[in-house]
Design a protein around this ligand. Structure first.
Ligand code: ATP
Length: 282
């Protein structure tokens, strides 16, 4: 038996850091949105063991979050079956787009089905939480408010269909390093979560664009000042609103349609950067 799965990327429409917790994580309040852009996973049942093969620039063994997800669910259920996972990476890596987290979530959902484990939503969420802060959101995606480390999820009204232009510069950033650089102060505009939720409820692209804000943006922008130039270029090319996703360094621009996102992506000339046109996914 074989399963084919799409593991979707995400962006953060707002990201507010509320403080540092005693367990080393940060207390967050963030609105996450799934994108059409996805990795592809094929999972086949095997008699025993876990094997992962990857097309793309990420590790194929235990260091891969997809592999760790298979280990975690196998251990939890004491399942004796095995699997072969083939992962095709299309989401830029170390980009703030939850690439590894979404692969892990897809493996949890896929093996629950393939191995006929019957885990509940709650059990899957608990396993997801062990794997990383963004994994719980990636299990069901859509549009959601995440609190705590990211595991306390509240579904939100789906964002209207919007085009999204992504610009991933040639370098990646370490999420841990960006959080270390967060000093508690914020130079930019503070995210207004309630205003973003109201804009989502109204289905207003202008309202969503106006309320885009990320407390971590100034940290990553200080490390990589060229991100400011990228933001300006995306805005100038015609995006309604522009922001850095997660801990970065990907900059995204929202547009009224995917077609407009493609036009803007075609116009942007940013040396070394990967420019992708995609859309929101409800
Ligand atoms: P997030 O938005 O959740 O912080 P990210 O998009 O910033 O995630 P990832 O693409 O998940 O970052 O990559 C972070 C690190 O995880 C990289 O150094 C990469 O080598 C490693 N990694 C392990 N497994 C994967 C995977 N399946 N896909 C991508 N990266 C992976």
């Amino acid at each position: 038996m074989q399963l084919k799965l799409k593991a979707h990327a995400k962006i953060n429409l707002t990201l507010k850091v509320l403080g540092k917790r005693s367990d080393g994580y940060h207390q967050l309040e963030t609105i996450m949105q799934s994108l059409e852009l996805h990795d592809e996973l094929t999972i086949e049942q095997r008699k025993e063991g876990i094997e992962l093969s990857v097309q793309g620039a990420v590790p194929a063994g235990r260091d891969n979050l997809a592999y760790r997800a298979a280990e975690v669910i196998k251990r939890y259920t004491r399942c004796s079956k095995g699997c072969f996972i083939y992962l095709v990476k299309r989401i830029p890596v170390a980009a703030g787009l939850a690439g590894g987290s979404t692969d892990a979530a897809a493996v949890l959902l896929g093996l629950n089905k393939l191995w006929d484990l019957g885990l509940t939503k709650q059990e899957l969420l608990q396993l997801a939480e062990k794997l990383g802060a963004d994994v719980p959101f990636c299990l069901w995606g859509g549009t959601a408010l995440a609190r705590g480390k990211g595991e306390e999820l509240t579904p939100l009204p789906g964002a209207p269909e919007m085009g999204v232009v992504l610009v991933k510069p040639h370098f990646g950033v370490s999420t841990a390093e960006v959080y270390r650089g967060w000093a508690g102060a914020c130079l930019g505009e503070r995210p207004d979560t309630a205003a973003m939720i109201a804009a989502l409820q109204q289905g207003s692209i202008a309202g969503i664009a106006k309320n885009l804000a990320n407390d971590l943006e100034y940290v990553t922008l200080q490390m990589h000042p060229q991100l400011q130039e990228i933001k300006e270029a995306v805005k100038k090319a015609g995006a309604d609103g522009v922001l850095m996703s997660g801990s970065g360094p990907t900059i995204f621009g929202l547009t009224d349609s995917e077609e407009q996102a493609r036009e803007i992506a075609g116009r942007l000339k940013i040396p070394g950067a990967r420019v992708i046109a995609t859309a929101t996914l409800s």
